[in-house]
Design a binder for this molecule. Structure first.
Ligand code: TXA
Ligand code: MG
Length: 342
């Protein structure tokens, strides 16, 4: 990327940060930059991640859409660029075991799988450390984290140059197939993201296998590492998705985080005893975005829900939130939180 391009990207990021305006309007007129996978390209990507930007990058499975996993705003931008209608938790990518162990707790089973298959096309869902420092938007408020160490020379260089955890779902618009070349990424997300770094075609071409290692190991998603190889390594069967003992999959079912208090949506006049979670210019003890900015609201959502718990809010009222852009994902999450509980 030349200096002019970099200036434009950083300008758009700063614009979003300073004005609080979603950067999508700015980015639309700017085409996604394709950058070459040389030392300059690696340094440019690390700099964009440090500034809170989005970069699509190759892994051995599929291209990921990466951002700093510690930044609420950067992670909210991932959902915005993908047009995801819900906040499904994301996979965090790390360069080495030290970075992995700073984020999650590894028991013997997890350590055995990591030793055998990392770096590689295996994602482990593990207990999140309380001091991990990962945005709650990455885990959708869960106390587990999906973690993976990719086996791809360029991905590893990028992660090492950045020096922190990168949250990355597949780099495709929501509901479309995963990209395995930079051309696929551009076909789906042109103008929605800052840059794609072109590392050629992905070798594996399907997403990583996901194993939950909390209690009995369970297969959450079949993928690049065959189930048989995992079972041979463990010397035991994995709990399978159709098994009644299977933990519920986040995104579909109620294992997502919900606040303790009862939630009422689309409230303009809170009742006595209700704590208002505001949006836009309203008087409220907590406000997702006083400026009415959906990117900011998404970035604040899970932190606000946790804060309502910390305040002991028994009844929560939420201001109306527009059903557009990131508002769809925010409302999806809030509707789950407001649904009758079993
Ligand atoms: O190969 C891959 O895994 C690619 C590359 C880019 O790494 N990434 C990918 O991410 O496929 P994504 O976001 O498209 O899929 C992530 C999956 C989702 O099905 C999500 O529900 C699951 O991981 N997941 C994430 N965190 C989880 C958690 N804490 N518990 C259970 N499932 C989780
Ligand atoms: Mg995907």
């Amino acid at each position: 990327m030349d200096a002019a391009h970099k200036g434009r990207v950083v300008h758009s990021l700063c614009h979003a940060r300073i004005t609080g305006q979603p950067k999508r309007g700015v980015m639309k007129s700017v085409k996604t930059q394709r950058i070459v996978a040389d030392a300059r390209g690696v340094a440019a990507v690390a700099e964009i991640w440090q500034a809170g930007g989005l970069v699509a990058f190759p892994t051995e499975t599929v291209y990921g859409l990466g951002a700093d996993a510690r930044s609420d705003v950067a992670v909210a931008s991932i959902y915005e660029a993908k047009g995801r209608p819900s906040f499904n938790p994301l996979i965090v990518h790390v360069a080495d075991m030290a970075a992995a162990e700073a984020l999650c707790v590894f028991d013997d089973t997890a350590m055995r799988l990591a030793s055998a298959f990392w770096p590689g096309a295996l994602t482990l869902v593990l207990p999140l450390r309380s001091d991990a420092g990962v945005s709650k938007l990455v885990t959708a408020g869960l106390d587990t984290l999906a973690l993976r160490m990719p086996d791809h020379g360029l991905a590893r260089k990028l992660l090492t140059a950045f020096g922190g955890p990168i949250a990355a779902p597949s780099a495709n618009p929501s509901g479309r197939i995963s990209p395995t070349t930079a051309d696929h990424v551009i076909a789906g997300l042109d103008g929605q993201i800052d840059v794609v770094i072109d590392g050629g075609a992905c070798d594996v071409g399907v997403e990583s296998t996901i194993v939950r290692c909390v209690g009995t190991p369970a297969l959450l998603r079949a993928g690049g590492v065959p189930t048989e190889a995992l079972e041979a390594c463990l010397g035991a069967s994995l709990v399978m998705p159709d098994d009644p003992a299977m933990p519920q999959a986040p995104g579909q079912l109620a294992s997502h985080y919900a606040p303790v208090g009862a939630v009422r949506l689309n409230v303009t006049e809170p009742a006595a005893g209700e704590v208002l979670l505001g949006f836009g210019p309203v008087e409220a003890p907590l406000n997702l975005s006083p400026a009415g900015d959906l990117l900011e609201a998404a970035a604040n959502l899970f932190a606000c829900l946790h804060q309502l718990d910390a305040m002991g809010a028994a009844r929560i009222a939420v201001s109306p939130i527009p059903e557009t852009g990131l508002g769809r994902a925010i409302n999806d999450r809030l509707r789950r939180a407001a649904a009758p509980r079993g």
